[in-house]
Design a protein around this ligand. Structure first.
Ligand code: GAL
Length: 411
């Protein structure tokens, strides 16, 4: 049975009738397994359980690249979970197009999501032909560097205010036996870092020409070669990291074994659970202190079609709960992300979140690669960067040639 006929069979079996909701178990899959992530997802579970339903946690370890194929195969294989995380963007497009996903339009309309979600670009990827198939629940920006203040004190230097000052400190960090830049082994991490270097060192326009316009000439041009050369330096500085997961790399910074990590702002959830204080124990540099921008990536929840109408009702309750003001504050403060609602008060936000909110308010935002590139293109680019990052014999010129060839046929 192909995806379309499976979807038709499913659709025929679901009758949407809305009586009084009863307590229903809903299995929710996600890849949030680090300390900070688990603390945040507990806030979502608490809010959903308070509706009288039950959040059955379906955490999948190994990060998004491991979790998403599992989620997709369960949905296409007729064993759908009640709700699942994907990144805000294009990752679930084919599932929606195949008719396998429940729309939550009635909740979106009743709650006025198009009026409260900010920036509106966040929900554009949820809406197809006027129907809402997901709810964005946070804004996670990749455009950050996190530094351990004590490490720079140890080498007798002020905490760098930008990438160039960090680069100048690398020799002293190495002399002190400190890993300058912590980068975990999973390919999405070096690929994400590469994107941040494009923005910080090449500028927003360069990033857009390559990742939005998919301009292969620019991707193969002199400006991007400079980014590949900067990445070649960065891969040298990270080669002693020797961990796989992103939060293990963050922990190297938290414990002072490494000086810095370029990582999305979910990293601050780890600093929080370690009891570290932004500004005092660690410093965050949006846009590496060069181009202060926020990329509006993040996470959305989708709702695979269910046979049981009670489950469908519970899905609608969950969709509503995820965007509830209190849930937004409780979850995002623990997650280290910014809320998707502009009408919530993040009084408890730490210095770094406040920096992010300021930049967001100024409108210095750009989309995330998950929103501009197809999952297939992202995977191909990630493979090129992964090989470049771990095989020091691959030159910047060679990696750039492969990268530009993929951009030439990117969708
Ligand atoms: C991202 C996701 C974040 C995060 C990170 C590391 O894709 O948007 O919420 O936690 O993965 O797991």
């Amino acid at each position: 049975m192909n995806i379309r006929s499976l979807a038709a069979a499913l659709a025929a079996s679901v009758t949407l009738s809305f009586g009084a909701a009863q307590a229903t178990d809903l299995e929710v899959t996600h890849w949030w397994t680090s300390g900070g992530e688990a603390a945040a997802v507990a806030e979502l579970a608490k809010a959903f359980n308070a509706t009288g339903n039950k959040w059955v946690d379906g955490a999948i370890a190994g990060g998004g690249d491991t979790a998403r194929p599992i989620m997709i195969s369960r949905i296409t294989g007729g064993d759908p979970m009640g709700a699942t995380q994907f990144n805000t963007g294009r990752q679930a497009d084919e599932l929606v197009e195949a008719g396998l996903m429940q729309d939550v339009t009635e909740v979106a309309k009743a709650e006025g999501w198009d009026k409260i979600i900010n920036p509106p670009s966040l929900y554009k990827s949820c809406v197809k032909d006027g129907k809402w198939f997901c709810v964005p629940i946070n804004i996670h920006s990749w455009q950050w560097m996190w530094m351990n203040n004590g490490v720079f004190e140890k080498i007798g230097k002020p905490v760098p205010k930008n990438w160039n000052e960090f680069v100048a400190d690398v020799p002293d960090l190495q002399k002190a036996g400190i890993i300058p830049l912590a980068v975990g082994g999973q390919s999405w991490q070096s690929n994400g870092l590469f994107g941040v270097l494009q923005v910080a060192l090449g500028g927003v326009d360069l990033w857009k020409k390559v990742n939005v316009d998919k301009d292969a000439k620019v991707a193969g041009g002199p400006e991007m070669l400079k980014i590949f050369k900067a990445a070649a330096q960065a891969r040298e500085w990270s080669k002693d990291t020797k961990v796989q997961d992103w939060n293990q790399a963050t922990n190297l910074v938290i414990t002072g074994k490494a000086a810095a990590q370029i990582m999305g702002d979910w990293a601050q959830g780890e600093f929080a659970v370690a009891g570290k204080v932004a500004g005092k124990d660690y410093t965050c540099l949006p846009g590496l202190g060069v181009n202060e921008v926020i990329s509006t990536g993040g996470d959305s929840f989708y709702f695979p079609k269910q046979k049981d109408p009670e489950k469908t009702k519970a899905q609608l309750v969950l969709a509503k709960t995820l965007l509830d003001k209190n849930t937004q504050v409780a979850f995002n403060l623990k997650k280290g992300s910014l809320p998707v609602r502009g009408d919530v008060d993040l009084a408890a936000a730490n210095d770094c979140m406040k920096k992010g909110l300021e930049i967001l308010k100024k409108g210095s935002v750009l989309p995330d690669g998950s929103q501009t590139l197809s999952p297939d293109t992202t995977g191909q680019l990630q493979d090129v960067i992964d090989k470049f990052w771990h095989d020091l014999s691959i030159t910047p010129e060679e990696a750039q040639k492969q990268y530009a060839a993929i951009i030439a046929k990117a969708d």
